[in-house]
Design a protein around this ligand. Structure first.
Ligand SMILES: *[C@@H]1O[C@H](CO)[C@@H](O)[C@H](O)[C@H]1NC(C)=O
Ligand SMILES: *[C@@H]1O[C@H](CO)[C@@H](O)[C@H](O)[C@H]1NC(C)=O
Ligand SMILES: *[C@@H]1O[C@H](CO)[C@@H](O)[C@H](O)[C@H]1NC(C)=O
Ligand SMILES: *[C@@H]1O[C@H](CO)[C@@H](O)[C@H](O)[C@H]1NC(C)=O
Ligand SMILES: *[C@@H]1O[C@H](CO)[C@@H](O)[C@H](O)[C@H]1NC(C)=O
Ligand SMILES: CC(=O)N[C@H]1CO[C@H](CO)[C@@H](O)[C@@H]1O
Ligand SMILES: [Ca+2]
Ligand SMILES: [Ca+2]
Length: 588
């Protein structure tokens, strides 16, 4: 009996592996919703304030869902809305099963889901698995070593310095917001680990109770009707295990900076990108799939936040026998060197980094901004706003918009006195502007009126960006041409073009400033994208890119300052492009 029992599971594992491999290599052109989706990130604190306290909230979001519908968005993902002392603006959760009171109630959340369902919009929540707030009940119980909670967090006695006899942290590890990753707790007489702020204690994923508890969190919100999760800071989930003496090894010095408080001062090999983390993502995928199998409905998605190297990031997709995240976020366009401008070759490198490393049969995705980065228009240059929005929309797979990118919103300027972000507050007045994430978190611009129509309060939680009177939904909707109208045209094209949904992709750098891409599908018109990212005009011959293109291309969508006419035909050779001009053309 014994050998047979062992054999059967092994056999089915092998068969399962083969079946999955066939599916991924087979030509499968019918796409699931998330594979061509337009995702839109809402930063709830700054989207819409319904009750005049200067802080965005759930009812505010609900009141603006029609705007998202009108944009053509498929799914909105909300940055954390859970109960939180707001040390890291919701990324420090004190109750994973409840809503932050200043954002609303569970009833408000249900109303939001109901309205979204009516509009056929999907809602995705932010899952913050790595840590909880130090005000979470779990943490309080763990401090007291209450039964069942003793090992909920990563606790350690620390080391005794042989020379001074004084107690020191267990290792030299640094937190993301400057300083040691270890914090002493007098009551428990131990240190706890925090990869982010002191108030964000790392959960202990080597404890099966923690793993089970966090799956409960996922199921709880799936039961409330969400379409999936975007998982925060996943690569830091697991740290290296203790050695045989019960000690944690030190990270080596990286040589990247001489600022000993900065995370970059050390390598992050022991505290990031561990293999155990990948498997946890696979387990969460099973939670998503099980939920759909039991309750029916559309695929529940798992999106993963990772800034890791491709060899690590790509593993999140799954392997031959196990499915992983639907989409590990592609941050390559975010991490390209860009400061009020960007080069065509770095765009190509970013695209290569994803498409050349992505396993066969997986779905790509494109992200140009989020609440941790300077705004896209500020980084790539205002003149390249449309070029970048076009790029994320014409490339294959899912595309992600951070609120305001559709308007070309730029960074707000925040004084040291008004600074809110812990990443900046933990530094000083001369350093904070390099570290702050506040400029991309300023309130959304709805109108030219008071507080850009975001709030009726006398003071909003962060000041508004100065240009809100000209860069806003009201003005851009009324204008004949605007970033907003171009964005909408792009979404509409994505939805109607078989080529953009199902086609293959080819791309190149034509000269130092021009990036060009083609999407093609047999029986359907090809789509050609050209962008002059430079600060002077140029003329290109598309022959150098693709000799199979027809001699003339039809202009479909042009960047704001382009003087060409939509619907007009352009010769593929001798095509002139002004500085910042970007075009989407079709070729039948
Ligand atoms: C093709 O992909 C879709 C969406 O992922 C899936 O529902 C369908 O079962 C797949 N078809 C085949 C033949 O594999
Ligand atoms: C796929 O991942 C699972 C779970 O982490 C692992 O057990 C298995 O060995 C992996 N298989 C392959 C082929 O890499
Ligand atoms: C369009 O041109 C105007 C006038 O030259 C300039 O101020 C503006 O920044 C340009 N906008 C874009 C998006 O290139
Ligand atoms: C701010 O911090 C940096 C780095 O720790 C230091 O060099 C600088 O002198 C500080 N400036 C002020 C005004 O405290
Ligand atoms: C993609 O191709 C498949 C199979 O040819 C087809 O069923 C599907 O409708 C196509 N999708 C679009 C958006 O055209
Ligand atoms: C892009 C993003 O969501 N970044 C978050 C990563 O996680 C830390 C800690 O939870 C947050 O501070 C960031 O905002
Ligand atoms: Ca409010
Ligand atoms: Ca961790």
């Amino acid at each position: 009996m014994q050998p047979l029992q062992v054999l059967i599971p092994m056999l089915s594992l092998v068969l399962l592996g083969q079946t999955c491999q066939d599916t991924t290599t087979a030509e499968n052109n019918s796409k699931d919703w998330w594979q061509t989706a337009q995702f839109y990130q809402i930063y709830p604190r700054s989207f819409m304030d319904s009750d005049g306290d200067g802080i965005g909230d759930l009812n505010g979001i609900t009141s603006k869902l029609e705007y998202l519908k009108d944009l053509g968005v498929t799914a909105a993902w909300l940055s954390p809305i859970f109960k939180s002392p707001m040390v890291d603006f919701g990324y420090d959760i004190s109750d994973f099963f409840d809503i932050q009171p200043e954002y609303g109630t569970l009833e408000d959340f249900r109303a939001l889901i109901k309205k979204a369902n009516e509009l056929d919009l999907k809602i995705i929540l932010d899952f913050v698995p790595n840590h909880s707030s130090d005000e979470n009940e779990w943490f309080k119980k763990s401090v007291k070593r209450e039964k069942g909670y003793e090992d909920y967090y990563v606790w350690h006695d620390g080391k005794v310095n042989a020379e001074t006899g004084e107690r020191e942290p267990p290792s030299n590890w640094l937190q993301a917001f400057r300083g040691s990753a270890w914090q002493w707790v007098e009551e428990r007489q131990q240190y706890y680990l925090h990869q982010f702020a002191v108030q964000q204690a790392d959960l202990n994923y080597r404890n099966p109770d923690v793993v089970a508890q966090m799956k409960r969190v996922l199921r709880y919100w799936l039961n409330e009707g969400v379409a999936g999760f975007r998982c925060d800071a996943v690569p830091v989930l697991f740290e290296v295990e203790m050695d045989e003496n019960g000690q944690y090894a030190d990270e080596e010095v990286s040589g990247l900076t001489d600022d000993v408080d900065s995370r970059n001062y050390l390598k992050s090999e022991l505290i990031e990108n561990r293999p155990e983390t990948i498997d946890m993502a696979y387990q969460w995928r099973t939670v998503m799939d099980d939920h759909q199998r039991i309750y029916g409905g559309d695929t529940r998605v798992l999106l993963i936040e990772t800034y890791a190297p491709p060899a690590y990031t790509m593993q999140f997709y799954g392997n031959r026998s196990v499915e992983g995240a639907h989409l590990p976020f592609n941050f390559n366009l975010i991490t390209v060197p860009a400061s009020n401008g960007v080069s065509a070759s770095s765009i190509k490198t970013a695209v290569d980094n994803w498409l050349l490393n992505m396993p066969a049969g997986r779905t790509a995705n494109w992200v140009i901004g989020n609440h941790d980065q300077r705004r896209a228009a500020s980084r790539y240059g205002v003149a390249n706003t449309d070029a970048m929005n076009m790029l994320v929309m014409i490339m294959p797979g899912g595309s992600v918009t951070y609120q305001g990118e559709e308007l070309g919103m730029t960074d707000g300027w925040i004084s040291w006195e008004d600074t809110q972000d812990p990443a900046a507050c933990n530094s000083n007045q001369s350093l904070y502007e390099q570290l702050t994430r506040d400029p991309s978190r300023t309130p959304f611009h709805w109108t030219s009126g008071t507080n850009a129509g975001f709030s009726t309060a006398t003071k909003t939680w962060l000041p508004l960006a100065e240009n809100y009177k000209t860069v806003n939904v009201e003005v851009e909707s009324a204008a004949t041409r605007s970033h907003l109208k171009i964005y909408k045209a792009l979404v509409a094209l994505r939805k109607s073009s078989k080529t953009l949904q199902n086609g293959s992709t080819k791309y190149a750098v034509l000269n130092e400033n021009v990036f060009v891409a083609k999407r093609y599908l047999s029986g359907s018109p090809s789509i050609v994208y050209v962008a002059n990212l430079g600060s002077s005009g140029t003329t290109i011959d598309l022959d150098q890119f693709d000799k199979t293109l027809p001699s003339h291309l039809t202009l479909q969508i042009r960047s704001l300052n382009s003087t060409k006419a939509e619907g007009a035909l352009f010769e593929r050779n001798g095509l002139s492009l002004a500085a910042g001009e970007a075009l989407v053309m079709s070729a039948s």
